[in-house]
Write a protein that binds this ligand. Structure first.
Ligand SMILES: Cc1cc2nc3c(=O)[nH]c(=O)nc-3n(C[C@H](O)[C@H](O)[C@H](O)COP(=O)(O)OP(=O)(O)OC[C@H]3O[C@@H](n4cnc5c(N)ncnc54)[C@H](O)[C@@H]3O)c2cc1C
Length: 397
């Protein structure tokens, strides 16, 4: 791996999360990004999505199968540390892997937790190879934060062979390319005492009749990920594609949202760390009033303050990673990590962009893309306000 003086800082906090296997993986990923992503990233950016073929390359590289049991073609591990390395390396290079993040971070936990043996045999080998890309559809035009308020319905047919799905979803990452989407839909009316009752999860084949993809949404950031509207008109979903038990969907979402929130927290921390790297390079090269921008005390102080914030975010993100791997990450701790790391990233990336002057506002500079990409971290996977509600509830408030 090429030495780079920006990577040679003595860590303020000794990191213990990664071992030599993770570091070897880091080298592979860094080389892959250099060869396969950096040269074509501008094209993806202009096209508004990564090409479908790229996901087969990720499948070949093995990144989709890390946490999939060996009998289904995976590596049989049970850890999020390799995913963490991916976040660090994509951010470091100022790129991302299109909409494929949701395939592993959002969809896989549900397949592992809920699919029966027959479903696992049917779904997982194609999941690992990238032949079938997955997405998760909770959000609807009328409801996002209030998941229990969803209106999409799935009604069991009279002969009991299939459900009939009707409704619509929006903001679905990976929605253009997805071959299977985990769709959350109401199978029963909300319970009188518990309005979260009555939601079920389905692994819907996107080639089904009545399933349609609406607009590919034009976003502020994350330009290479395809985010779409979806519509369902009398889509027949075989009963074999129900995930887990009927009406328990909300509780399944509750069980898996902490891992999604950890992923967003860790990704945000990694983006903030990368922003410092980009700014450090820029301020040493850019000359103003005959001196490098790095010469000003303001520059040193701003970057030092950013570094202190990123050190703290790294410790929080790492601790949440260890807790997640140990199966101990609580909803409140995940919410706390997401709130903290995404708010740190927001502040740090903004300051690092400021140090670039006008160039920081130009999309050809990675800091500009990072600024736009990072903004959504405080919104999706649950907004910062929703994270505060979860934390407050855990405090008995
Ligand atoms: C780029 C992108 C990708 C996405 N990908 C996916 C995906 O793959 N799958 C998916 O299902 N969804 C996805 N989403 C949806 C995302 O999770 C929602 O946008 C998010 O949960 C917020 O819901 P909303 O947009 O409906 O906002 P709303 O719920 O309408 O919120 C509006 C405002 O009200 C505030 N608010 C809401 N509730 C409370 C409360 N109780 N107290 C105080 N304030 C509150 C919010 O914080 C926010 O400021 C994506 C969104 C984006 C932008």
């Amino acid at each position: 791996m090429a030495a780079d003086r920006r990577d040679r800082r003595e860590p303020a906090v000794r990191r213990t999360v990664f071992n030599e296997d993770h570091e070897a993986f880091r080298e592979t990923i860094r080389a892959f990004i250099e060869a396969e992503v950096v040269p074509v990233y501008d094209e993806w950016f202009a096209a508004g999505q990564a090409p479908r073929d790229f996901y087969y390359k990720l499948g070949e590289l093995g990144v989709f199968g890390i946490n999939v049991p060996e009998e289904f073609g995976g590596a049989g591990l049970d850890t999020h540390k390799f995913e963490a390395v991916l976040y660090e390396e994509t951010s470091r290079a100022g790129v991302n892997f299109g909409g494929s993040g949701v395939h592993v971070l959002l969809a896989l936990p549900y397949i592992k937790m809920l699919a029966d043996d027959e479903q696992k045999k049917r779904f997982l080998p194609k999941f690992v190879s990238g032949e079938e890309m997955w997405a998760l559809a909770m959000t609807e035009p009328g409801t996002g934060s209030d998941v229990a308020g969803m209106k999409t319905t799935a009604k069991l047919s009279e002969d009991g062979t299939h459900y009939v799905l009707n409704g619509s979803k929006t903001f679905i990452t990976g929605g253009v390319h997805a071959d299977r989407v985990i769709v959350c839909a109401r199978t029963s009316a909300p319970g009188e005492q518990d309005r979260r009752f009555g939601i079920s999860l389905f692994a819907v084949d996107t080639k089904s009749e009545g399933y349609s993809i609406g607009r590919k949404l034009d976003k502020l950031g994350l330009r290479t990920s395809d985010t779409a509207e979806l519509a369902f008109v009398d889509v027949k979903v075989p009963v074999e594609d129900l995930l887990g038990e009927e009406n328990k969907g909300f509780y399944y979402l509750g069980a898996n949202l902490p891992s999604e929130r950890w992923g967003i927290a860790f990704g945000a921390y990694a983006q903030a760390k990368a922003a410092i790297r980009f700014a450090q390079q820029y301020v040493t090269e850019r000359t103003v009033f005959g001196k490098p921008v790095a010469h000003f005390q303001n520059t040193k102080f701003e970057l030092a303050a950013c570094q202190a914030e990123v050190d703290a975010a790294e410790a929080v993100a790492d601790r949440a990673l260890e807790a997640l791997d140990a199966g101990e990450l609580t909803a409140a701790e995940a919410a706390s990590a997401k709130l903290f790391c995404t708010e740190v990233a927001h502040r740090v990336i903004d300051k690092c962009l400021q140090l670039h002057g006008g160039y920081g506002y130009m999309n050809e500079y990675p800091i500009a893309r990072l600024y736009a990409d990072n903004r959504v971290n405080r919104i999706y996977g649950g907004t910062s306000e929703v994270m505060k509600s979860i934390i407050a509830k855990s405090m008995g408030l």
